[in-house]
Design a protein around this ligand. Structure first.
Ligand code: GDP
Ligand code: FO1
Ligand code: CA
Length: 331
């Protein structure tokens, strides 16, 4: 059984932990693991060069979370983190004072940057980073091209009335409160799928779209030329999970992103946005929460097989049950 997941950071991590757990239940290997092979295609649109080091926040969220060394309260970074270096960087005026690089986390950024400087590609670097902990899944970046996301916002002080900033500044400094006009992934036209991405989609028995941000996580992955085509061509069923429950984002600020691309913040809206594969879209199946059961009929009308199940990933059990429901829909 080969399962391929498209994922971003927090929603992606919780879901992939659930997939790993559900696979160990359905296809046990006798050692607490699974005989199934799980490959995660990871969003790289949040990545950034800061203070001389390369950050890959969504990849690191998945890495730390699957290794069990993540800070579960904050949703990013390492557990038991200290911030001595960050205090020094603030004194030197290096980096951003409102963006904290923890000491343990900096170890990861330094290792990654050292390998990049030696000529390794991002996918080679992410491969090396995964050797440290037995994750039980394979993480691959969607692309090796740097496609850092910029956000265009209104700025009355500028001649053209607009200003562009890195996604991390918009997200972390302004908590997504500056109304966004557009998201632009740098160099996205030149981006190609990283090695193994197209193969993971083509060779999958099931492809799952995690309940991740449809614009800046899944949207960025799909913008890489060749990935959408691979999804259209694969013989595997493609099943997605809604990140929206009862018209609200469960965690985070994705509701600040969806209106920018003209998509309603609802399970039905995101389902329509991804579209039915039978009608040139992405999905064969779409999971919505029980609170959104009213969306099932209109989604069926556009050719999308949808089902309603509990979508809250409160703990490992509920995450695994959700992964199981997604696998069940993929028939
Ligand atoms: P980010 O990269 O850290 O922003 O995380 P992702 O892009 O992977 O996921 C963000 C999305 O996850 C948000 O839009 C949330 O609505 C969604 N999300 C977080 N927790 C849950 C959950 O328990 N259930 C569902 N269905 N969605 C969730
Ligand atoms: N999020 C914050 O809200 N504040 C921070 O200081 C911060 C630092 C940080 C450092 C490394 C890293 O990988 C992620 C970090 N995040 C921080 C999370 C990140 O900004 C976003 O939540 C994600 O990129 C959205 O997916
Ligand atoms: Ca992200």
């Amino acid at each position: 059984m080969q399962i391929t997941v498209l994922a971003g950071g927090v929603g992606g991590s919780r879901f992939v932990r659930g997939v790993r757990e559900e696979c160990a239940r359905r296809w046990p290997d006798g050692n607490g693991g699974t005989e199934a092979s799980v490959t995660v295609i990871v969003n790289t649109g949040d990545d950034i060069w800061l203070a001389g080091v390369r950050l890959m926040p969504d990849f690191d969220s998945l890495l730390y979370s699957l290794a069990g060394v993540n800070d579960t309260e904050r949703g990013w970074g390492r557990a038991g983190e200290t911030e001595r270096v960050a205090a020094e960087l603030r004194e030197w005026g290096v980096g951003w004072p409102w963006f904290t690089l923890g000491d343990l986390d900096l170890g990861t950024h330094l290792a990654r940057t050292a390998w990049l400087r030696e000529g390794a590609t991002p996918s080679e670097v992410t491969h090396r980073l995964q050797q440290r902990w037995p994750l039980g899944v394979h993480l691959i970046p969607a692309t090796d091209t740097e496609v850092d996301t910029d956000v265009l916002v209104a700025d009355p002080d500028k001649l053209d009335g607009e200003r562009e900033m890195h996604f991390q500044e918009w997200w972390t400094r302004y908590r997504a409160t500056l109304p966004a006009i557009a998201f632009r992934q740098r160099n996205i036209e030149a981006a190609r799928p990283a090695p193994g991405v197209v193969e993971a989609i083509a060779g999958a028995d099931v492809v799952l779209i995690a309940p991740s941000n449809p614009v800046v996580s899944i949207g960025t992955i799909l913008s890489v030329a060749g990935i959408r085509e691979a999804l259209a061509e694969t013989s595997a069923p493609v099943v997605g999970v809604s990140p929206i429950i009862g018209g609200k984002v469960v965690r985070g600020m994705a509701d600040a992103c969806l209106p920018v691309i003209g998509v309603e913040t609802s399970a039905e809206g995101v389902g329509r946005h991804y579209g039915a594969r039978s009608a040139g879209g992405l999905l064969d199946g779409w999971l919505v929460d029980e609170a959104d059961a009213a969306a099932l009929a209109p989604l069926a009308a556009i050719g999308l097989t949808a089902a309603s199940v509990p979508l809250w990933m409160r703990d490992l059990d509920t995450s695994a049950d959700l992964a199981g429901a997604a696998l069940d829909l993929a028939v």
